[in-house]
Ligand binder design. Sequence first.
Ligand code: WT7
Length: 655
Amino acid sequence: MSIDSLSQESRVFPPPPSARQASWIKDLPSYQKMYERSLADPEGFWGEIAGEFFWHRPWSRVLSYDWKNKIEIRWFEGGQTNLCANAIDRHLPKHADRTAYLWIGNEGEEKRITYGDLARDVGRTANALKRLGVRKGDRVALYLPMIPELPVAMLACARIGAVHSVIFGGFSSDALKGRLMDSGAKILITSDGAFRGPKKIPLKEMADAALAAAAKEGHEVPTCLVVRRTKDKVPFSLGRDRWWHDVVPEESPECPAEVMDSEDPLFILYTSGSTGKPKGVLHTTAGYMIHTATTFKYVFDDRPEDLFFCTADIGWITGHSYLVYGPLCRAASMILFEGVPNHPKPDRLWEIVAKHKVTILYTAPTAIRSLMREGEEWPAKHDLSSLRVLGTVGEPINPEAWMWYHRVIGKERCPVVDTWWQTETGGILISPLPGSVPTKPGSACLPFFGVEPAVFREDGSECGVDEGGNLVIKRPWPGIMRTVYGHHERFRETYFSRYPGAYFTGDGARKDADGYYWIVGRIDDVLKVSGHRIGTAEVESALVSHPAVAEAAVVGFPHEVKGEGIHAFVVLKQGVGAIHESPLRDHVAGELGAIAKPDRVQFADALPKTRSGKIMRRILRKIAEGKPEEIGDTSTLADPSVVDALVKSHGRGGH
Ligand code: WT7
């Protein structure tokens, strides 16, 4: 394949010459050669890369795995290292004064944190955690806003070998309770509150409720460390609660990095699946480190003079991998932004880019779509000429949004890298490289080094060119998750049972004649709402926990800004009078968090079910999409007349 022969069915954007020059990989044949080598000789390929990191003891074997029976994956077995030492200590001799984070607060406050500062803050925090009784292997829950203490606490955990579990600050206290219990957290670190755009979120109150509920259900978390952020007066539980500023600053900044085996756990991050309970995705040390650092290097073409701005919250995997571990391992400089893109005005991101001369911007399609709607006058007010590479992540990007990003933000000079990956994959798996891979709007393009994807039919045979099927990965990459925490069987069942010997992603995709991947979206009951992953089953169980609700079924529908919206069909209990939809929507927000609030609630007398009682979601999806003509055959339903009633009531009241 050469650039000239790339198929003409869609628009192709060759890398701009400036990007080519600055790139680690300068043309498509070089990418192809390196990719082929990474598959032919994974030991050599990854071994050489790993050699650039700091090790207490080198590994004896690059990769061993079993994807058929036990489902085990080991990278750099026998090796001993510490991720925090690689992310910080390794850089101190030369780069102690380099900016690690430029923190920008919700209201515009700024704080520069160098690698030297980070070393000191992390050392103190690590010692404080030890003093509070945290030992290697213990789980530490972090429920914090986007303030420097969040990455500092993560790195402190990594330093002493504790396993962090970050819970996104937008999750409810109930969601927090579930995660505290499932991970068996020994300590919770939170803050008095959080600023988020025009809103203030009472994190400590929510944390208190979660701690109380966990204790009631048998899991006592003995310590809660509280960072002061909003300065609001918050309840304090004597004996359990400690202020960060009382505990951390008095510690010594020197704390030796614990010697960690390559496969020692690094963190747990909960994510939604197709059943009601979120999964604790477990990532380990060496493979994750090498994968995130290497993808950061090649996908964003990082240079020492770059300023990288990833707008994701650290509560999601994007923040873990590309606001903390990957870039820090590359001694990169980053913006850490506490606020939101449209506060105080819709030019907040563009203002930051111009003021600080951001060179690489990584954001979500949903943010691009919502800023696109605000109009071109907002980016036009600012000088965006420092930008060099633009990235997107989290959901499929529609070509219109891609083109806007490319034209209005990148001024047609910056390659757009549409990066496909998952919480489970740890780092980017499919993405163009800025200087070598021509892009096609809407396609995540080609696999990263060492990644071998395929599109499978239901029967496990490989799809032909442009034939839609299920996306799988045929061999392990270094950043793959190692288990579902405490539920290894669920790990096997979810990812390895559908196609024995391959990792099943849960995404639908097709591969075009040039080998480019086009990701269609989830094929399971998982929604991507503003890029956030939400299981329909979670929303349903939140709805039925409301006293008025007898039954609920939740489906996604196409949403112009959010990508997908949440449509809930609700059957009320007999004898309950009519109620409004808003208490139900608020109830879901209270149970799960505001991101899971249904956009629409449609009341129904009954749901379409087969004679065996299975809800026919296919039909509900068509109703929610407003395409009743595509419903098709309803003869297998126990009562087909239910469908007519739903079609009639759709779009009428109730939302
Ligand atoms: C799911 C994973 C990747 C980190 C943030 C989200 C969808 C992600 C893309 C993309 C199309 C994408 C997939 C995937 N997704 N990136 N570039 N193009 N779809 O991680 O919450 O674990 O979600 O997000 O459906 O399976 P996540």
